[in-house]
Design a protein around this ligand. Sequence first.
Ligand code: KIV
Ligand code: ZN
Length: 512
Amino acid sequence: MADKVIIFDTTLRDGEQSPGASMNKDEKLRIARQLERLKVDVIEAGFAASSNGDFEAVQTIANAIKDSTICSLSRANDKDIARAAEALKGANSARIHTFIATSALHMEKKLRMTPDEVFEQAKLAVRFARNLVADVEFSPEDGYRSDPDFLCRVIEAVIAEGATTINVPDTVGYAVPELYGNFIRNLRERIPNSDKAIWSVHCHNDLGMAVANSLAGVKIGGARQVECTINGLGERAGNCSLEEVVMALKTRRDYFGLDLGIDTKHILAASRMVSQTTGFVVQPNKAVVGANAFAHASGIHQDGVLKARDTYEIMRAEDVGWTTNKIILGKLSGRNAFKQRLQELGVQMESEADINSAFTRFKELADLKSEIFDEDILALVSDEGVTHEHEQYRFVSLSQRSETGEHPYASIVFTVNGEEVKSSSDGNGPVDASLKAIEAHVKSGAEMVLYSVNAISGSTESQGEVTVRLQNSGRVVNGVGADPDIIVASAKAYLSALNKLQSKADRVAAQG
Ligand code: KIV
Ligand code: ZN
């Protein structure tokens, strides 16, 4: 049997560090359940000591998820580590991931610590963590830019203290594949007890090489854990993308010769869920999960694929969750057909009540739209099962007037803590008027830094999916809304962003 590569998903921790991608506990739990369906080996559920919200999210996920190991990040100090262990108490399988920066630049400028102090702190942190859980991962932050001699000293010591996984982060995305692979191989060759731990790669995508570097870390360096995120979500240019690295290892098994535990047919649903929850739209030409990833526009390609699909396709679309029959349901479809379609799309609802509520919304949508596509279903169920009790604002209805030569005008009804309010405004266009009408009442003072509309299924009959990014007092949040009427979708997205701005932000930055 070939070696296995452990897939460590950090969408809920490193992914969430992207500006505006923060998620609440219910959203994180939903994504964690999807990651479990995907059979991800380790889910990094958050950074328990960073805020009460993160603690609760890690705790909730640890209690709910049974098949994946649940991990919490922790700085290399007893207080953070104890908090992580506390949050992980209910987990079937728990891991503490502790880290401290080891590059000269980070030690001197950020930590203001000497190498000897960092060495001691790393050792003590791993020792303390090992007294609380059996599975401890250690990361030398900015590892790839660290002095290899110093790194060897630190890693040998933490393995001696009982670290079971050693992760070598390319924190700033500076590595190139061959050099990164060799870097890890040299560390493994030089450190006498290196075989006592599993080696892991953690690559950022600043130069667009996170996936290539991770694969080189596996192939050349001998790493057997890859840290990655759905859609490559993450700070700056993001992290290594789970779907790409998994499909590369699977499709080119002839070259890598390694096994994976991932159930790839749940990849697309995971990608849609993360995109709709965070407001980070997936580009159409994104490998594996982009709308065009399996589309053949040119006549020559279409002809080839019809004759023999492997002329132009190296993976089967169905293997990652794309379905072949695009038009799925309509107005007359029943609850059973709807439920079956959800199963085929890899969407598992938590309760019959969630299915009923999603089905009601499906019927409402079918009244507005004659053909319902898979993408519509995925958008529709994206926040089913997520409780809304903490939401201050909810959309109720909207009317607007726009005509060539006339000034657009909108009137909107929404609830504020359950109480209906009505507000109206004019604006440069109907969307502008609608959002100004909301703002006229709410007076958030937030600055809009991004507004984007995406057609969910690619025609004018499609639902519009709108992302609004707001910034206020140093906080950045994304709101997402979907509706066949893009003005309504815009209002929903704006209200969703306001709700996120409202939620408390008391979080400590992991690498700050
Ligand atoms: O990029 C990084 O260095 C990290 C560590 C905390 C593992 O995310
Ligand atoms: Zn990172």
